[in-house]
Design a protein around this ligand. Structure first.
Ligand SMILES: O=c1ccn([C@@H]2O[C@H](COP(=O)(O)O)[C@@H](O)[C@H]2O)c(=O)[nH]1
Length: 314
């Protein structure tokens, strides 16, 4: 089951870090993309090849330091089929390196359409009795805007294929409060979504005691995260907003339960493009080493903050 594998990876690696694989071609080092532009011109194929090479180097450098990777599908999808091919190959490579994969796809639609999303990203597609895996990652992010019935559609595949999902509860962007913080019948919308997640979490408990239905709860809103931690005690939090969006290790402590578990913290740009921090002595030629160093620093900063608050598991 996804959640048991995630907690196992966290404990083995002593790391609550997730690295976001959000390749932006403008930030991929010239030493990588230049070769593909020379070979294929400024084409979708060149970009897809550059992304894949870049991701593999990042994965090689962080695979023993992070609990999971989180490719954001938008950065691949924008390059059409070539981009999606790079997404699939990236996920396959990460899997070979023993990493769990959280596909940041933020899907959600009416029930039957959600089921198609679930087939694509968690389970299998059935072609007249012949089953095929298409994207098949370990866990995904989903959008709850269409209601609880649409979330239920993912549960079947979560249970059948041992997968997981993280439901958007409180997002990291500056405008997240516009809808999520509205008060309806005495409750914030994000609190209502948290209740939905908590109900679903009971149906998907792993042997570790946590559920394969988790929540996206942002590091940029630590006060709300503290309340939400109590509303969804069995759900793991996927926490974006660390690093490039301004949150620090102190901001994520309340995302964790007293047992020192309960959250994984994502950083994308801050890790994969760390080579740009030349003041730290990083270079574009050694962008993988720079990512590793930043991932290690992030892991240690989080562990230290948890330890200072009596919440470190190890
Ligand atoms: O509330 C949310 C939900 C998802 N994200 C995603 O996380 C990463 C953050 O990237 P950084 O470079 O570390 O800022 C990105 O894929 C977002 O789409 C989020 O930021 N906030």
């Amino acid at each position: 089951m996804f959640i048991d594998e995630l907690v196992k990876a966290i404990k083995e690696k002593r790391s609550n870090v997730v690295v976001g694989l959000d390749p932006r071609i403008e930030s991929i080092p010239e030493v990588v993309k230049g070769r593909y532009f020379n070979q294929y011109g400024k084409t979708l194929k060149a970009v897809a090849e550059a992304i894949l090479e870049f991701n593999k180097e990042i994965i090689d450098n962080v695979c023993d330091v992070v609990a999971a990777v989180k490719p954001q599908i938008a950065f691949y999808e924008q390059y059409g089929l070539e981009g999606l091919d790079a997404y699939i190959k990236t996920c396959k490579y990460a899997k070979e390196k023993g990493l769990l994969i959280i596909g940041d796809i933020k899907r959600g639609d009416i029930g039957t359409t959600s089921k198609a999303y679930a087939n694509a990203h968690l389970g299998n597609v059935d072609i007249e009795g012949v089953e095929h895996e298409t994207f098949a990652v370990d866990s995904i992010t989903v959008n709850p805007y269409l209601g609880g019935d649409t979330l239920e559609e993912f549960i079947e595949d979560i249970n059948e294929f041992g997968k997981g999902m993280f439901v958007l509860v409180k997002t990291s962007n500056p405008g997240s409060g516009q809808l999520q913080d509205l008060v309806v019948e005495g409750k914030r919308i994000y609190e209502v979504v948290a209740e939905m997640v908590d109900n679903l979490s009971q149906k998907t408990l792993g042997t570790c005691g946590y559920s394969s239905v988790g929540a996206v709860v942002a590091a940029t809103y630590p006060e709300q995260a503290k309340t939400l931690r109590k509303s969804m005690p069995k759900s793991y939090f996927l926490v974006p907003g660390y690093g490039a969006q301004g949150a620090s290790a102190d901001d994520i402590v309340d995302c964790f339960n007293e047992d020192g578990l309960g959250a994984v913290i994502n950083s994308s740009r801050g890790i994969i493009f760390a080579y740009k921090k030349s003041e730290k002595g990083y270079t574009q030629e050694k962008y993988g080493e720079a990512a590793r160093k930043e991932a290690l620093d992030m892991r240690d900063a989080i562990n230290k903050a948890l330890e200072s608050n009596g919440k470190c598991y190890w």
